[in-house]
Design a binder for this molecule. Structure first.
Ligand code: GDD
Ligand code: MG
Length: 367
């Protein structure tokens, strides 16, 4: 069975990171997200995927063509010239499918769910599509799904208002479907599976659900991306006994009295100066420079990011080559775009986002 992976969205909520890196490739523990997706699909017995691409397709194709360890897991690419939406993106992949049942996944879902169970459940019913469900605190950012005692879907409401919240069960973004569903999707225009196709299938009594209680997270916001990174670092996403909590590339230079508090992941070629602290649940990409006495805690630093002497980065994301100047404080889910420079002594907090390339003069911002 093959899968369609929907990775054509712009990743708006993860800007400014997604101006440079598509959401599908943001690293978790220094591995591009798509690697986790492929592992998930293979563990469910899926033997190939069609990547449904739109925004920044080239780096995603380059990632797959650069992988020589896919062992027969076939990959095709369906690229849209304009956004076709979540159903349009599936329709656009149809030419690469074999006419049998298929799996569809949102390309930003990190999960330890057992896909084989969802497929089995689907096969045991007359459903045209089976939606996997997971439970979340606040369903308003997702697709809320009401089911009856036989797991028949009674209501599917995408991004419900608070007043519509009747359950904590939401669409986990992993579907098993019959090829007939593809014929229900009009070609050549933007179509949403959540707003058009699922409500129709529900009305016809052909949409069923399968609930999973396994690990699940959509990585599409800074908060959830950071949380997913923390979870992967601490082995919460279905890791085995041999999980390595201190994952530091041997080519990294570590100065005197540096504290590396596990779990951390430090990629190749980093330079960590004397007295710096890399606090638990941080991930440093390739070639990061960490200055003397600085502190990085619970954060993600992408390739080439720099934290100068005495600066503090806490619970935040630094884009590729972004720099936190001497004594600067970057905390509280701040997100720095590629190559931006936070001058000496600035204090960033409360989820502030700095666009790529912006240069913030010394001591100009104090949250
Ligand atoms: N090919 C293609 N074309 N892919 C798209 C397009 C498009 O026009 N628009 C979005 N996608 C991809 C995104 O790249 C992402 O991987 C996936 O479809 C879902 O889009 P999101 O923008 O992340 O949707 P969401 O998170 O707000 O909501 C969806 O996911 C939730 C679970 O994470 C919905 O399916 C909800 O019902 C669901 O609960
Ligand atoms: Mg999403």
């Amino acid at each position: 069975m093959r899968a369609v992976i929907l990775v054509g969205g712009q990743g708006t909520r993860l800007r400014p990171i997604t101006y440079d890196i598509p959401k599908a490739l943001v690293p978790l523990r220094n591995h591009p997200f798509m690697g986790y997706m492929v592992d998930f699909l293979r563990s469910g017995g899926i033997d190939g995927a069609v990547l449904s691409l739109g925004y920044l397709p080239d780096p995603i194709q380059a990632y797959f063509s650069g992988r020589d360890d896919l062992d027969g897991f076939s990959v095709d690419y369906a690229v849209e010239d304009r956004a076709l939406g979540t159903a349009g993106g599936i329709k656009n992949a149809q030419q690469y499918l074999d006419g049998g049942p298929l799996v569809v996944v949102n390309g930003d879902v990190l999960t330890g769910m057992d896909l084989t169970k969802a497929i089995e459940r689907h096969r045991a019913t007359d459903a045209l599509a089976t939606v996997t469900l997971t439970s979340v605190e606040d369903p308003t950012a997702y697709g809320l799904v009401e089911v009856d005692h036989e797991m028949l879907v009674h209501r599917f409401i995408e991004k419900p208002a608070y007043d519509d919240v009747t359950t904590n069960l939401i669409n986990a973004g992993v579907y098993v479907m019959e090829p007939e569903v593809l014929d229900m999707i009009p070609a050549g225009r933007e179509v949403s599976i959540e707003r058009e196709i699922f409500p129709r299938l529900q009305a016809e009594g052909r949409l069923r659900a399968h609930v999973s209680s396994s690990y699940w997270r959509d990585i599409g916001t800074p908060r959830s991306y950071l949380a997913a990174s923390h979870d992967v670092l601490s082995g919460a996403v279905g890791a085995g006994e041999n999980f390595e909590y201190l994952d530091v590339d041997p080519s990294t230079r570590v100065g005197k009295n540096v504290k590396l508090l596990p779990p951390v992941s430090v990629a190749a070629g980093c330079d960590i100066e004397a007295g710096a602290t890399i606090g638990g649940r941080s991930a440093l990409g390739r070639g990061c420079r960490i200055g003397e006495g600085s502190v990085v805690e619970g954060s993600i630093l992408l390739d080439g990011a720099e934290v100068e002497a005495g600066a503090v980065v806490r619970g935040s994301i630094l884009g590729p080559r972004a720099r936190a100047g001497q004594g600067a404080i970057v905390r509280g889910l701040s997100v720095l775009g590629a190559g931006c420079v936070i001058g000496e002594g600035n204090v960033l907090d409360q989820g502030v986002r700095v666009n790529p390339g912006v240069i913030l003069p010394p001591r100009s911002l104090r949250f």
